[in-house]
Design a protein around this ligand. Sequence first.
Ligand SMILES: [Zn+2]
Length: 239
Amino acid sequence: MREEIAGYVALQRLLDRRSALRRERDTAPEALAALRSESGARHSQMEAQRGRRETLTGEQVTLQREVEALQEEREHFRKQKSQVTNMKQLSAVVSELDHVESQLKTKEDRLLEIFQELEAVEREISSLTEETPAERAAREEAEAAWAARRKDAERELQDVDREMRIVQSHLGEAAMTRFKKLWSSRKPSAVVPMDGTACSACHADLRPSLVQVVRSAEEMPFCDHCRRLLYDPQQFASQ
Ligand SMILES: [Zn+2]
């Protein structure tokens, strides 16, 4: 029985180790996450301003072309106006001219707006600094350190799996079935140390006779309250 309890304790410790390693492997350290999001936020702000600048510049180019065409048209109608021979022709030309002038005014107003907006965007862009070389180096160093830690965790996980297989084969199938049943209802802590004369999981005080059973390790001692398997930490010290 002592051996079976020892096997269960070993499995619980390996399972604890495995979940800690998985967490380590799958979660970026906080400091790195902060560095990443800082540089990411700055990058996306910069991208947004650059996109705005590109849109405005495109609109500016189109408008300038349209304004030039309208100015040519205006010249054409002005010449016509100086050559009219009667009132009917004059009023027709004047109406054309008015139409061109009003279109020109709308487009020139918009051009002025774009010019002012572009100035604001440029100011914004120059105030947003990209990641400095020092910040970049710090982030890359943190990335590399984490990559190395992940690799270590991955290697350790393989060791843990190997050790678990060894413990499992020592325990044998019947004992493993009992462990799995216990584990599935009490995970992630199915096998817990006694804490003085209490259960370390639910903190219930144990009956003196149960404390004796835990210490003797001659049968499987389960906490009356939470039904976890109890062991004496002095007898099953972690390596
Ligand atoms: Zn308990």
